[in-house]
Design a protein around this ligand. Structure first.
Ligand code: HEM
Length: 565
C-alpha cells in the first residue's frame, strides 16, 4: 500500500512538475510570440520596449475582468477635450473598455462560438460599439484598439505619414516566405517603409496614370458592351441571371488583364470562361475566406500546416499558376510582335523596371490582377442591390447617359453627377472594406486614452458611415445627399455636405490608399451606364453579407434584367 501511496505521490509530483513546465513553456512561448509581433509591427525600438512592458504587466495582473477595470460610462464616452481636463488620471490602453480578457487568450474566445464567428465579424463589431462605446479594446497576440468615433478615425487616417504602416497579412507572409523560388522578401500589400515605397512607385505608376487610364476608356466601353451581350445570352426566359458574381468576376478580370497586359482575354465573348478561369475566381474568393479566418483563433497555422493553411496554400498556388501562365503567354506574344517601344504595355514597363528582382515583378503583377477581381464583383453586386430598390434611380442613370451611344467618353464620365452620387452612396451604405487598419507612428490621445506609437488600431469606417451622428437618415440609400445644389447656370449654390462625408473611404486614404481607385471609378461608372442604358433590374435573391476579409454576398445572387423600353 505504502508503495502504491509513494508511487501516486511520485506521479503527482511528476504531474505537478509537468504542469509547471508546461505553464512556463506556454508563458515563454507566448512571450516570444508577443515579442515577435511587437518587433515586426513597431517602427520605434524605445516605444516597443515600453509597449511590451505594459502588455506583460497587464498579463501578469491577469486582468481582473475587463468590466471591473472599465472607466465609468461617462468617461468612456468622453471626448479628447474632456480627457485633456483629466491630466492626473492618464488613462492607458489597458483602461479602454472591451470584452473580458482572459489570461493568455485575451479576447480571442469571442470568436470561437455562435453569432460572433468570423463570417459575421462585421456584425460583432456593431455590437461591440453599442456595448462599450466609441473606443474598444480587443486583445489578441497584441492589443488591438477599435475606433468608432469619426474624429478619432480622421486623426489617425489623416496623419501626415511618409510611409503609413498597415499591419501585414501574416498568413500571406508565412506562405510566401516558404516559396522563395516564387516570391521576393515581401510584396506591395504587406511591405513597410522604404521597401514599400519602392514597390509602390515601380509597380503602380502605370495603373494610376491619368493619361494611360483615359486612353483606356474606349477598351472599357467595348468590354462593358460585351458584358451586356453576355447578360442577354445568359438570361433565362423570365430574364433572370443566376450566379451573377461569376460574370461580375469575369468582367473584372477581363478589364484588369486588358489594362495591365494590353490584350483582350475573351472571358466574356468566347468559351474561355473555361474551367481554369472558374477555378481562378473560386480560388481568389476562397483565399480571402482563409485570410479572414487566419486572423482569429489560436493561429496554429503559424507553426504547423493546419487544414486552414493547406487550403490557403492550395488557393495561392492556383492563383499564381493561372495568372503566371496568362502573364507569360502575353510576354511571348509581345516579344513575337515586337511592338513600338514607346507604347509599352503596363506589364512590360514593370518587367523592364530597374531595381526590383524578377520574382518581385511577376508576383507584383499577379497581386495587381488578383486585387481587381473579387473587390469589383462585390462592389458591383452591392451597388446593383441598392439601385434595384428604386426604378427612378435606374431611370435617372439611363437618362444621364442617353446621349452617349455607342461610346461613353471621359467627359461623359466626369459629368455623370447622379451616377457618381449613387456609387458614392453605395460605398457609404454597403462598403466592401468595413475598416482600415493602421499602426500608430506617434503617441495619440484618442477618446481620452493615451495610445503609444506602435499600437495597432482598426478604424471602423463602415460603422461610422451608418451612424446617425454622421449622416441623416443613415440607413437609407439617398444618392441626393451627395449632389450639390446648382442654379440655372449650373453654378454650385450649396455644397450640402453631411458631417460624415470625410469618412466614406472605400479605398482608404493617404499614401497607402488603393492604387486601383481610378480604374474602379472608370469601370464601375461605365458598367452602370451600360447596364441601365439597356436594362431595368430587379434583385431576385435576398442579399445577406459575410466577412471574407472583404464584405461579400453570402449566397449566390440572382438578378432579373428586363430590356429597357
Ligand atoms: C472596388 C474595388 C476596390 C476596393 C473597394 C479596394 C479597396 C482597397 C483598400 C481599402 C485598400 C487599403 C487602403 C489603405 O490602407 O488605406 C486597398 C489597397 C490596395 N488595393 Fe485596392 N480596392 C479595390 C480595387 C483594387 C484594384 C482594381 C487594384 C489593382 C489594380 C487594387 C490593388 C490594391 C493594392 C495593390 C493595395 C495595397 C496598396 C498599398 O499598400 O500600397 N485594388 N484597396
Amino acid at each position: 500500500m505504502d508503495c502504491v501511496g509513494a508511487d501516486s505521490e511520485m506521479v503527482m509530483d511528476i504531474g505537478s512538475t509537468y504542469d509547471r513546465t508546461m505553464s512556463v513553456t506556454i508563458v515563454l512561448f507566448y512571450t516570444f510570440v508577443t515579442l515577435f509581433m511587437f518587433l515586426s509591427y513597431n517602427p520605434k525600438p524605445r516605444k516597443i520596449v515600453e509597449s511590451i512592458r505594459s502588455f506583460l504587466l497587464q498579463l501578469l495582473q491577469h486582468d481582473n475582468g475587463a468590466a471591473g477595470s472599465h472607466p465609468p460610462a461617462s468617461i468612456a464616452t468622453a471626448t479628447p477635450c474632456d480627457a485633456d481636463r483629466l491630466p492626473k488620471a492618464v488613462r492607458s490602453i489597458w483602461d479602454i473598455p472591451g470584452p473580458r480578457r482572459l489570461p493568455l487568450i485575451g479576447t480571442k474566445w469571442r470568436y470561437f462560438t455562435g453569432r460572433q464567428r468570423y463570417a459575421k465579424v462585421h456584425e460583432a463589431f456593431v455590437e461591440l460599439h453599442r456595448r462599450y462605446g466609441p473606443i474598444v479594446l480587443d486583445v489578441d497576440t497584441v492589443p488591438i484598439v477599435n475606433l468608432f468615433d469619426r474624429a478619432d478615425m480622421e486623426r489617425v487616417l489623416k496623419y501626415p505619414s511618409r510611409y503609413p504602416f498597415r499591419p501585414p497579412t501574416e498568413i500571406v507572409e508565412v506562405y510566401r516566405s516558404s516559396r522563395p523560388d516564387r516570391f521576393g522578401v515581401t510584396n506591395l500589400i504587406n511591405a513597410q517603409g522604404d521597401k514599400w515605397h519602392e514597390l509602390r512607385l515601380k509597380l503602380t505608376s502605370g495603373i494610376t496614370s491619368r493619361r494611360i487610364l483615359q486612353s483606356f476608356i474606349p477598351s472599357v466601353n467595348e468590354i462593358c458592351d460585351d458584358f451586356v451581350d453576355l447578360v442577354r445570352r445568359l438570361r433565362s426566359e423570365d430574364g433572370t441571371v443566376c450566379n451573377f458574381q461569376d460574370i461580375a468576376n469575369s468582367v473584372g478580370l477581363e478589364i484588369i488583364c486588358c489594362l495591365v497586359l494590353g490584350r483582350r482575354m475573351g472571358y466574356l465573348t468566347t468559351n474561355r470562361r473555361n474551367e481554369k478561369f472558374m477555378r481562378l475566381a473560386e480560388a481568389v474568393k476562397e483565399s480571402f475566406v482563409y485570410i479572414s479566418q487566419s486572423y482569429y483563433g489560436f493561429k496554429l497555422w503559424k507553426y504547423v500546416p493546419t487544414r486552414l493553411y493547406r487550403n490557403f496554400v492550395r488557393c495561392e498556388e492556383i492563383i499564381y499558376d493561372t495568372i503566371a501562365e496568362i502573364v507569360y503567354e502575353a510576354l511571348e506574344e509581345e516579344q513575337l510582335n515586337c511592338p513600338d517601344n514607346d507604347v509599352k504595355h503596363i506589364f512590360i514597363s514593370i518587367l523592364q523596371t530597374e531595381g526590383l528582382d524578377t520574382k518581385e515583378k511577376i508576383s507584383g503583377i499577379i497581386d495587381l490582377i488578383t486585387s481587381a477581381i473579387e473587390t469589383l464583383s462585390n462592389t458591383l453586386s452591392f451597388l446593383l442591390h441598392n439601385l434595384s430598390q428604386s426604378v427612378e434611380h435606374q431611370r435617372a442613370i439611363a437618362q444621364e447617359f442617353s446621349h452617349c451611344v455607342p461610346t461613353v467618353t471621359n467627359d461623359d464620365l466626369v459629368n455623370a453627377r447622379f451616377t457618381k452620387a449613387c456609387i458614392q452612396e453605395s460605398y457609404r451604405i454597403s462598403p466592401t472594406t468595413p475598416c482600415l487598419a493602421r499602426i500608430l507612428e506617434e503617441d495619440f490621445q484618442l477618446s481620452g486614452y493615451h495610445l503609444q506609437a506602435g499600437t495597432l488600431v482598426l478604424c471602423h469606417t463602415r460603422i461610422a458611415c451608418q451612424s446617425e451622428d454622421n449622416f441623416q437618415q443613415a440607413d437609407r440609400f439617398l444618392p441626393h445627399r451627395w449632389l450639390e445644389q446648382r442654379d440655372e447656370n449650373d453654378n454650385v449654390v450649396n455644397k450640402r455636405l453631411e458631417p460624415g462625408a470625410g469618412i466614406v473611404l472605400p479605398f482608404g486614404i493617404g499614401r497607402r490608399m488603393c492604387p486601383g481607385q481610378k480604374i474602379v471609378d472608370i469601370e464601375l461608372t461605365l458598367l452602370v451606364a451600360k447596364i441601365f442604358q439597356n436594362f431595368e433590374i430587379e434583385y431576385r435573391s435576398p442579399l445577406d453579407t459575410q466577412f471574407q476579409f472583404l464584405l461579400a454576398p453570402r449566397t449566390p445572387i440572382e438578378i432579373r434584367f428586363r430590356d429597357r423600353t
